[in-house]
Design a protein around this ligand. Structure first.
Ligand SMILES: [Zn+2]
Length: 459
């Protein structure tokens, strides 16, 4: 139904779309997402206080139900079970999942029809997609309980950070309004002020700072790349706003330099949320801000050694009955954490999200470089507003830079030297290219690294 409404409004004149969004915002999530949302919220209030073993028992009960459903109603999984001479009773714990093969993006592309449950109603089908770092889209279907659980998890995350009903939230997104010159719109239903980060220039950044100052949000939600540009602009122009309680980032990798810059300017902690459109694994930082708590109510998350120092995040959704994802390889990389969090919550931790899909560079010498520290190469250079690295082939890196005003030759040389230092490669060809803006993906994201290599050829 949500898909149907989206299609109807996508064909309406643009101001109607904007007003419809404001009107829709008045509908509380408990009505918008219905019973699955209300159930998820009340469940998450309870599980918060459970111990780890109780959470595991609960998770295994959900896993058993999903596996049974996949065997009975999803042709792709029935085939996998039959080929492996397995029955649903063989998969009862997260360890048992290893008996099943991984589900890759390539398989989803090739077998999409067979991954849809035969009892999944057409009206409940909500198409979604992910652009991926290479811009090659992956289409899939999301059902209501999956979306409801994600919304409930986002609400619980806000509670963890001290949110109270009615608190002001500023959301900084890449989407443009129908009038591309408009920079923000207030949504009274949720008390949110939404900003468009579409084609920002100095004038728009100044308006944004002024509007934020006037609105005084208690929380700011933003993509890391947008947050960086805004906070860097504010720093350069000595602008401040009253400190929010917290800034929440999501959707792109949060690099240390972005966190540092934003925390300095806003005098508030930056707390990160990790998830993906496929909704097979969610992990978020609590107010302690050290590790990412795995949201066990939503999915079974496996961390699989990736052949380098880090682990790939593989997820099995516990809510998705329409198009179930079992052992789905996200291609995102993380480092586990064995210590519990000082906050005392039972949800285990991931220490770091190392990089999103494809965010690594491979040198001609075969060295794999994660970009975690490389962002510093760009961001201490005063003349550079934004940067992006594209690995075109094994010997060529194209480095895009957006200047605040101009970029001098000495800055270009320093940047090149610093990238060479991080790569430790004498044979990589680094081409620096000045551009007016860094194009966003269809989802409005701006990955720091884009690799055009076929990773399987090298790792
Ligand atoms: Zn914690």
């Amino acid at each position: 139904m949500r898909g149907l409404l989206k299609t109807m409004f996508s064909k309406a004149p643009e101001p109607v779309v904007d007003l419809a969004k404001v009107a829709y915002d008045w509908v509380p999530p408990s009505l918008r997402y219905g019973k699955p949302y209300r159930d998820a919220v009340s469940l998450l209030r309870k599980t918060e206080r459970w111990d780890f073993d109780t959470l595991v028992t609960y998770q295994e009960a959900l896993l058993g139900r999903v596996i049974n459903h996949c065997y009975q109603n999803v042709p792709y999984y029935r085939e996998i079970f039959d080929k492996g001479h397995l029955k649903p009773a063989d998969i009862r714990t997260s360890d048992d999942l290893q008996k099943l093969p991984f589900l890759t993006k390539e398989i989803v592309r090739q077998r999409k029809g067979d991954l849809v449950a035969t009892d999944f109603s057409m009206l409940e089908r909500d198409p979604d997609s992910t652009s991926g770092s290479t811009g090659d889209p992956l289409d899939f279907l999301v059902d209501r309980p999956t979306r409801a659980m994600e919304m409930a998890l986002a609400l619980r995350h806000l509670w963890w950070l001290g949110y109270e009903k009615g608190d002001k939230v500023a959301e900084i997104k890449e989407d443009a309004f129908s009038d591309p010159q408009r920079i923000c719109r207030y949504f009274p239903g949720s008390n949110h002020l939404r900003f468009s980060f579409f084609r920002v220039d100095d004038t728009k950044l100044e308006q944004m700072a002024t509007e934020l100052d006037r609105f005084r949000p208690r929380f700011i939600k933003a993509f890391p790349s947008s947050l960086y540009v805004l906070s860097r602009w504010m720093d350069r122009h000595n602008r401040t706003i009253p400190s929010p309680k917290c800034i929440i980032t999501s959707s792109e990798n949060l690099y240390p330099s972005i966190k540092e810059q934003a925390e300095k300017v806003f005098r508030a902690p930056v707390i990160d949320w990790y998830g993906q459109n496929e909704k097979v694994a969610t992990a978020c930082q609590c107010a302690v801000g050290q590790g990412y708590h795995i949201q066990m109510e939503q999915a079974v998350v496996e961390l699989i050694p990736s052949g380098t120092d880090d682990f790939e995040i593989v997820g099995t959704s516990l809510q998705a009955y329409g198009m179930p994802f079992i052992r789905y390889r996200t291609k995102d990389k993380a480092i586990p954490e064995n210590k519990p969090c000082p906050c005392g919550r039972p949800h285990p931790l991931i220490s770091k999200i190392v990089g999103r899909e494809g965010e690594i560079i491979i040198t001609p010498e075969g060295k794999i470089v994660a970009p975690v520290a490389m962002d510093y190469a760009f961001y201490h250079l005063e003349e550079i507003k934004e940067g992006q690295i594209i690995q075109e082939d094994i010997r060529t890196l194209r480095v895009r830079i957006v200047p605040w005003e101009t970029v001098s030759q000495s800055t270009r040389e320093t940047l090149k030297k610093e990238i060479q230092y991080y790569l430790q490669s004498s044979t990589m060809n680094i081409l620096i290219e000045e551009v007016e803006e860094i194009p966003r993906t269809s989802r409005g994201k701006r990955p720091f690294i884009i690799s055009r290599l076929n990773m399987e050829d090298y790792i």
